[in-house]
Every structure is written in structure tokens, then in C-alpha cells.
Design a protein around this ligand. Sequence first.
Ligand code: PLP
Length: 396
Amino acid sequence: MPEQKSDNWRTKTKLVRGGTMRSEFGETSEAIYLTSGFVYDSAEQAEQTFLGEVDHYQYSRFANPTVSMLEERLCLLEGATLCRTTASGMSAVFGALMASVSAGDRVVASRALFGSNHFIISELLPRYGITTVLVDGENLDQWEEALSQPTQAVFIESPSNPNLGVVDLKAVSVLAHKSGAKVIIDNVFATPILQKPLELGADVVVYSATKHIDGQGRCLGGAVLTSDEEWGNDKLVPFLRNTGPAISPFNAWVMLKGLETLELRVTQMAENALTLAKFLETRPELSRVLYPSLKSHPQHDLAMSQMGGGSTIVTFDIKGGKKEAFAALNRLQLIDISNNLGDAKSLVTHPATTTHSKLSEEEQTNLGISAGTIRLSVGLEDVDDLMEDLAQALAG
Ligand SMILES: *Cc1c(COP(=O)(O)O)cnc(C)c1O
């Protein structure tokens, strides 16, 4: 029998109990410490706290007990030794990148990026003297070419938004480390349940906790996780402490409660997604269905070798174009039109005119987004109700 230590617990146990710190009142649920500051017993204790000689909470921009419980639970889930949570997914992405680069440095990223990630990498970083190179994430030759020069950071989303393109995380991590780069993975689409980037060779994992970790559409939040403690303590923590993208203790508590059911939700959502993907493949109104666990996915084998399921998103192309796509979306009666994802409620969006509307037509084409592309985030409703809603919307 393994020792009853939280590191040895299985995933479901970690998600329910990991990181819990009970107060003197013995509460069952984690307490919300909605406080900005903390008081000291004496001037000496305050001095010792600032000298780092005693452990004492100082200020909620640095650390807060509810936030610490969330960070510890996320560390256990991801198999990381250091976690910092942030006010949104974007502050997590920005913090991880800013902790990794300085003027004169070079970043290589996969081209298929979430809109705001694209802005940071293609527009913001170059303004501060950082060179950025975008590659076709599925093409290892392009990674090899781009990483043949010294590089400080590699940024990857896999599976990508919206077309669920898969990057070979093991192979790219090896190439990246040879070039001197830290590998940062935005693991939102895979979720911490279906993919473990640190085990595949990555250095840093970032999340928008807004998506599956909350998973019920309530709060924004983000997380950065690593086992590279030198980078974490010397680069990431000072950046976050001093620039202040701290998560609210209330939102951290919502995320803690979200984590308790994360495995159950993601497993069920991925099962529903596979059922719907198979159903959509039979529909004559569609020209393409993309879902990593389908044999027809262009990188099915690679996806299944590094993921424990196909994700909770299915993307498909309606024959025709924008008119046909909009008509189908407008006929949906159960599934909501929304650009969010990872929610218990199934949500659908038209990437070309919403999440990816800032890209030029050429950039959209490069990413495989057409006027008929629809992204479906599959929720927790009864899959037969979802199927009936899609069937009537497609049939028109
Ligand atoms: C939503 C999302 C983000 C940004 O997260 P926010 O919580 O909205 O700031 C980053 N990356 C991916 C892949 C996302 O889906």
C-alpha cells in the first residue's frame, strides 16, 4: 500500500481533497479568505516575515490562503511543484511569456493561436524588441528549421483552436531544449485531465481556468504551472508579485469547487463529444468533421499517443458558406451561440466572424477556417437531446 500522502492519491481524490487547509473551525468546505491584508502579532513578527524568516501571509497580491489551496490542488493534478494562479487565462499566458524573455530574445510559436495569444506574440512582444516566429504547428520540419537558432521560448497550443490541430509535444520539446528554449504549453483545449504536457517534456503549462476548471460559466481565472523551480521562483513569481494580476480569493474558491468535479465533467463531455462527432460524420450537410479521436482526424495516431481522449470540442464545416452556417446556428434551440467553451452548457460559435474575425482571410485560410466552419463546445446535457438539436438545425 502506498503511503497516504497527497502525492500518491489518485486524480479524483486529489481533485476533491488536494491542498485543503482547514481552519480552527473545522469547516467541511474550503474557507473563502476574502481579505487583502494580514495582521502580525508583533512588530518583530512583521520584520521576520519580510526577512523571510517566518512563514506568514503578507498581502493577497503575493499569496492568500484560499488561493494557496487552489494552487496546491492544481500542482497535485498537473504533477508540478510550483503553481501561481492569476485573474484570467491571458494574465497567465502573459506572465509565463514575460518571465521567459527579454529584449533581443526570440520566441517560436505554433501559428494556430487563441486570438489574444496571437496579439501578445505577433504584436506586443515585437514592440519590446523580441523577435517572434510562427510555424505550422503540425509540421515538424518547420519546427526544426525555426529552432535551429538560439531561442528563449516556445509557445504551443495543442489541440489548437478551432481546428484541433495537434503538435508533437515530445518531439518539439526535444528540439526546443537544444535551442535553449523553455517550452510553454497552453493546455486549455486538452484540459489537465486529458493531457499532461510536463510528462511529455514541456517546462511550463498555462490554463485559462475560466474554461473547464470553473466549467460552469461563472468566473475568470488562470494558472501557470512548472516543476522548473529556478524559473518559477526567480522569474515567474517576481513578475506576478510586482505586476499584480492576482486572482480574487472568491474566484479562487469557485475554481476549487470546480476542480472537485473536473474529472467527471471532462470525461463525460469528451464522451458526448465523440458520440456527436460520429453522428456529425454521417450528415450529408457537412463537408468535414474534426475530432482527434476520430480515425479521420489527420493526426489521429499522434493525438491518441499524447492525449487520454479527444477533448470536449468538435469542429465541422457546413457545405456552402456563411449563409448556411448562420442559418444552422440560428435554428439551434438548445445549444447556445457563445464564443466561450468548456462549459457544462453546450456552446457553438462561428470562428470566422467571432473568435478569429481579427485575422485576414489569408490567415484564416492558413488555419483551415472557412466561412462554413463551426466550433462546438460539448457540454453535459443528455447527448440524445444535443444530437436531436443538431439534426434539426442541420436539416433546416
Ligand atoms: C480562453 C483561452 C485563453 C484566455 O483565457 P481567459 O481566461 O479568457 O483570459 C487562452 N488560451 C486559450 C486556448 C483559451 O481558450
